[in-house]
Design a protein around this ligand. Structure first.
Ligand code: ATP
Ligand code: MG
Length: 392
């Protein structure tokens, strides 16, 4: 029996004239992600993508797992390819759905007849196939309202397809359809989730990370690189910029009032991020901040940080509780990496009593006590770039 994977478009199915562009990006993202598993033929019709493996040895479970993480997809399923005759549809249904139907109690059949030349109409297909399945599997009864199993028959151009389970896709829009943004990626729990959430809206992610050796270790950086690699499952390739930040942090410590250390550091982080973002063609910054989580994330502190920003700053976690963020981090499998115990540069020289309600004029005055511009330029120049892609 030949099996294929059917992919149903998500929100982009509603797009008007742009739909083709979205479709092309999604197809490209899928092809790139499953290429290492073998050869596939991809065709599309009526908001569905047909992914046909070219040889029987291809691991379709792994193919489904990979496609299940790609944004832009409402649902996906494995389906059995049938000839366009009712007899073949019936025989293949018996065999292909045998496991699932022999342990179910209730079922229904739905039919979609895209090929109007097929001699039976949809209700007739449902009736005939339903009757045949009832005879074959005496454990079954029909329940049209709330069935355990829905058997779907699709009659398309060249073939018919039978399938029983629809798996929910990752939703959202295909990555790359909304332009690119720069994610400030720390080793913490929040920022990888923030990146994942924006990728879900079709945003192609680049990442920037600040290191302060010897206060932060190589292992702390490796951890962030591991997070980057994990995110590629969802986001595709990621350009990772690593900024040397030691000198700036030491200079803040030696020249600015302690209560403003963190807020000045964050303003300089944003300044460096947007310079690199501009060079890399990014249209926005993304952070993992959430209102009130720590002193630098009060509304007053965020206002002081944003005062240096020339591009939009997206904070997709802004209204989320830590428990909700952790739930998502577990779901996308970044939690265990994020909770490895290495230090972040934010924990270097943290003030004992940070200002919870900083006033912008005071922060600016404190920061202006030293000319950071040459150090900022130097950090930008010495930033290193690595490209991350799927591990397999
Ligand atoms: P996270 O869990 O993402 O580290 P957090 O709750 O620990 O967030 P902060 O440490 O205040 O919060 O950092 C707020 C945001 O600033 C992070 O979500 C991230 O976007 C960015 N950030 C913090 N440290 C770094 C870093 N070393 N490199 C890049 N971005 C950083
Ligand atoms: Mg952090």
């Amino acid at each position: 029996m030949k099996e294929i994977i059917l992919v149903k478009y998500g929100e982009m199915a509603l797009k008007g004239l742009n739909k083709k562009t979205f479709e092309d990006i999604l197809t490209k993202n899928i092809k790139r992600r499953i290429k290492s598993l073998g050869r596939f033929i991809c065709t599309s019709a009526q908001s569905t993508l047909y992914i046909t493996p070219d040889d029987d040895s291809i691991d379709l479970d792994e193919t489904m797992t990979r496609i299940g993480k790609i944004f832009g997809i409402a649902a996906l399923c494995r389906a059995c390819v049938c000839e366009k005759s009712f007899d073949d549809i019936k025989e293949k249904s018996f065999e292909y759905l045998s496991d699932i139907l022999s342990c179910a109690r209730t079922f229904k059949v739905t039919a979609k007849r895209a090929d109007k030349a097929f001699p039976m109409k949809s209700p007739e297909i449902c009736m005939e196939l339903g009757g045949a399945l009832l005879e074959r599997f005496p454990n079954l009864t029909v329940d049209v309202k709330n069935p355990e199993v829905t058997v779907t028959v699709e009659i398309r151009d060249t073939n018919a397809y039978v399938h029983a389970e629809n798996i929910k896709g990752a939703g959202g829009l295909p990555v790359g359809s909304s332009g690119k943004a720069m994610l400030l990626l720390s080793g913490g729990i929040d920022s990888p989730v923030a990146g994942w959430m924006m990728a879900k809206r079709g945003v192609h992610i680049a990442a920037i990370h600040y290191v302060s050796p010897p206060y932060t270790s190589d292992r702390a950086q490796l951890k962030v690189e591991q997070l980057c690699e994990k995110l590629t499952d969802y986001c595709g390739g990621i350009a990772f910029f690593c900024v040397p930040f030691t000198e700036i942090q030491e200079t803040i410590k030696d020249n600015c009032p302690e209560e403003f250390f963190t807020i000045i550091m964050r303003r300089i982080m944003m300044e460096i991020a947007q310079r690199i973002a501009e060079k890399d063609g990014c249209l926005a910054l993304i952070t993992g901040e959430s209102v009130g989580q720590v002193a630098s994330q009060t509304m007053a502190a965020i206002a002081c940080t944003d005062a240096v920003c020339r591009m939009p700053v997206f904070r997709p976690l802004v209204g989320m509780d830590k428990t909700e963020i952790i739930e998502t981090a577990r779901k996308i499998d970044t939690f265990d990496i994020s909770t490895l115990p290495y230090e972040d540069c934010c924990t270097v020289f943290t003030p004992r009593h940070p200002k919870v309600r900083p006033v912008l004029a005071d922060v600016e005055k404190a920061q202006n006590s030293f000319d950071f511009e040459p150090l900022i330029q130097k950090a930008v120049e010495e930033t290193e770039l690595k490209i991350f892609n799927f591990a397999r």
